[in-house]
Design a protein around this ligand. Structure first.
Ligand code: ADP
Length: 443
């Protein structure tokens, strides 16, 4: 800066003495100043080599990259080839640990066909070696569980006659499985909606045709149509609800729920239905204000409602449904079987947290119970036990799937205990507010 000021001073002095030379000097100084400003503005880019050299000093460039590739989670091999016509001349020069395990390779290098036998993968490698383009293939590996790998063969620049390619494999099994689940789900949902829709269309045709002037038939058909339309509405409501819950499943609930108040609200709402069916509710709940847990109140209401409604649906007239709530349990006590002679199954297990305390809500009914073989399938979407009588309000088969996803969002668990002819007990448990958390919140 000082030098620049001195130079400007000299240039001004010169201007008094010889104006044209002074002006030229000033112009030259202006160019230098502008160049300086540019250099200053571009400074972050100029520091990049500096950063790189700092990293080099820290030893990053000295890292053994071969070791990093060797330990990479995805299988990777380097393939080499000379003459395209000679299949035996293709070799692998390197295979990392994941590749050696997947392809059961014992040696560090050898003929390519001893590592890769699938023709479509070999063709992809050939594309990279001899056509200098990226080759793609799918590789199906057998074993205990069939796995699907996406193969990518990329040409490497190489001198001389030997051509090189890097072949990497990525496990796509889970991705494909979830794609299939999505497709199955769509097929099932469409099928479930198509049944009542076909029935509605059939009745509309009948009412327009030969039943047009038959008043008694018209009333009967309209009642059936109303039941079918109601069924479609329930299905759509449950599907939308399930998709909303799944979307927010990874976000921990922000509110607090008083579980006693939630249970009382649900039992009150279901009172008229219970009365209609001749079933009574028995509840064993701590006083309001003593059973607080972090949670989304609307979702917890939905869980209790789905379990209590199922219990009501399957309990015969004259029977009772018991709803009880226990606090401060550890995870093992939540899942411990309650009655002898029943089968007990965990439908959802939370991550292990030894000092966590849970609130567990149980709904026990006196219905027909559920056979052992059907227990693991209860939370499958659209699963319904065949031949079960549930009255005219046949379920959608989505209720327990909704329960599972909501409880999962609350980091809790779900269990079922049942045997044919012995009723069923469903329990859900969610973590309680920890005392130290609550005190910290109150402070
Ligand atoms: P739905 O809407 O059909 O009740 P759920 O997902 O809630 O759907 O339940 C799935 C199936 O599990 C039901 O169709 C029924 O066959 C069986 N189920 C659920 N709860 C009970 C219960 N308390 N007693 C007997 N069977 C039950």
């Amino acid at each position: 800066m000082l030098v620049l000021a001195a130079a400007i001073g000299v240039a001004l002095l010169v201007m008094f003495w010889r104006p044209e030379a002074g002006l030229a000097a000033l112009a030259a100084l202006a160019v230098i100043a502008i160049a300086g400003v540019f250099a200053y503005v571009r400074r972050p880019f100029a520091t990049q080599p500096l950063a790189a050299s700092a990293a080099a000093r820290a030893g990053v460039s000295a890292l053994p990259f071969a070791l990093i590739v060797e330990r990479a989670a995805d299988p990777m091999i380097i393939a080499a080839g000379g003459d395209r016509a000679d299949l035996n001349a293709r070799r692998f020069l390197f295979a990392n640990a994941a590749a050696r395990e997947l392809l059961r390779i014992q040696r560090p290098e050898g003929p390519l066909t001893t590592a890769i036998r699938a023709p479509e993968v070999l063709a992809a490698v050939d594309e990279a070696l001899f056509e200098h383009v990226v080759g793609h293939a799918l590789y199906q590996a057998g074993g205990v569980q069939d796995r699907v790998w996406r193969v990518r063969a990329e040409p490497l620049d190489s001198d001389g006659d030997i051509r090189l390619a890097v072949v990497s494999l990525r496990d796509e099994t889970e991705f494909r499985r979830s794609e299939r689940t999505r497709a199955d789900f769509l097929a099932n949902a469409s099928h479930e909606l198509r049944t009542p829709l076909a029935s509605l269309t059939g009745f509309i045709e009948t009412l327009r045709g030969h039943a047009r002037d038959d008043e008694a038939a018209r009333d009967r058909f309209l009642t059936i149509m109303q039941v079918q339309a109601e069924r479609m509405r329930r299905l759509i409501d449950d599907l939308l609800s399930l998709s909303r819950i799944e979307l927010g499943e990874h976000i921990a609930p922000a509110g607090q729920v008083d579980l006693t108040v939630a249970a009382i609200d649900v039992l009150d709402a279901l009172g008229p239905l219970a009365q209609e069916r001749g079933v009574t509710f028995e509840s064993k709940l701590p006083p309001p204000g003593e059973a607080e847990a972090p949670g989304d109140r609307d979702q917890i209401l939905q869980v209790i409602q789905n379990l209590a409604e199922n219990a009501l649906k399957y309990t015969p007239a004259g029977g009772s449904v018991s709803v009880s709530l226990e606090m401060g349990l550890d995870a093992a006590s939540c899942v411990a079987p309650r009655s002898a002679g029943t089968v007990h199954l965990s439908l959802l297990t939370p991550d292990h947290a030894p000092d966590r305390r849970y609130a567990a809500l149980r709904v026990q009914d006196q219905g027909s119970g559920i056979a052992r073989a059907n227990l693991p399938r209860l939370t499958e979407r659209f699963f319904r036990v065949e031949g079960q009588k549930s009255g005219e309000h046949a379920g959608t088969g989505l209720g327990l799937a909704i329960v599972k996803h909501i409880v999962n969002r609350h980091r809790g668990g779900v269990t079922v205990e049942s045997a044919e002819g012995m009723g069923a007990t469903f329990t859900f448990y969610i973590p309680m507010t920890r005392r130290d958390d609550a005190e910290a919140g109150a402070a």
